[in-house]
Every structure is written in structure tokens, then in C-alpha cells.
Design a protein around this ligand. Sequence first.
Ligand code: ZN
Length: 160
Amino acid sequence: MNIAKDRVVQLHYTLKDESGREIESSRGGSPMAYLHGHSNIIPGLEEALEGKAAGDQVSVTVPPEKGYGMPRPGLTQRVPVKHLQGAKTWRPGMVAVVQTEQGPRQVQVVKVGRFMADVDFNHPMAGKTLSFDVEIVSVREADPEEVAHGHVHGDGGHQH
Ligand code: ZN
């Protein structure tokens, strides 16, 4: 079965930046699952996977325009250090999670004082060219419920 809209794809991936430094990888853990054609993943990766099948290896380099976009100025905010989640001590450049009205957001720590920190709400991968090495593990038809929700249920997907 080939990857097409409304199909569930399980894959392993390794993500590297322009310098070849590994940013993240699913290898060694469970594969990631996503629902194709529903913008669950960045556009450049979704386009590259269209039509591929289980067992295929795909290497793709995604420019920022097809990834997380370019960083926008003016998205730095001062927040209490105690609101930063993910580590005990913070240094500039680290990525923290902050709860917002729209849910949890990844932010990059710009400056950190004793009580307050300046954080950048741009996506930490905004402006970056990203290289993916992908191995497709499985492809299946989505359940009607998954299509209605716009995401995968069960292994590697939403548990609800
Ligand atoms: Zn759901």
C-alpha cells in the first residue's frame, strides 16, 4: 500500500541540521505515526513521502519555507523562570516548554535571570534547513474516526 491521503504511516526518522548534527531520532524507540494529508507533519516531508511504501528509505532536505518557516521578530517575551518546564537550570539556547492559552508551546531561552527569563516563541527549528532520513515501517488505511479527528489513534498516535 502506498502513502496517500487518509492513510496512516508509521516511520522511523533521524533529523539532522545543515551541519549534519543530529537533532532528534525515533530509532531505538517506537516508530512515529502520522495521518497523511492532514498537515500532521511539515509540508516538505509530507510531499517527499507521498506515494512511498513500507520498506522504502527516503532522504529529504527541507528548506525553512517547507519546514517551520522563518523566525519572526518580536516574539520574545519575559516570563517567570518557574513557568519553564523541561529542566532544572536554564541557559540561553535551551528549549523549554511553556503552557499558553493555546496549549503547550516549545520556546527557546534567550536570556535567563534569577526569577525571570526572556524566551523566544518562534519554533526552535524556524529558519533551519532540515535533513530527514526516513524508513517507512507500515502504511494502512485510517479509520473514519481518525480521518474525522485529523490524527492517528493507537500505536504512536493519540491515546484518548
Ligand atoms: Zn482523536
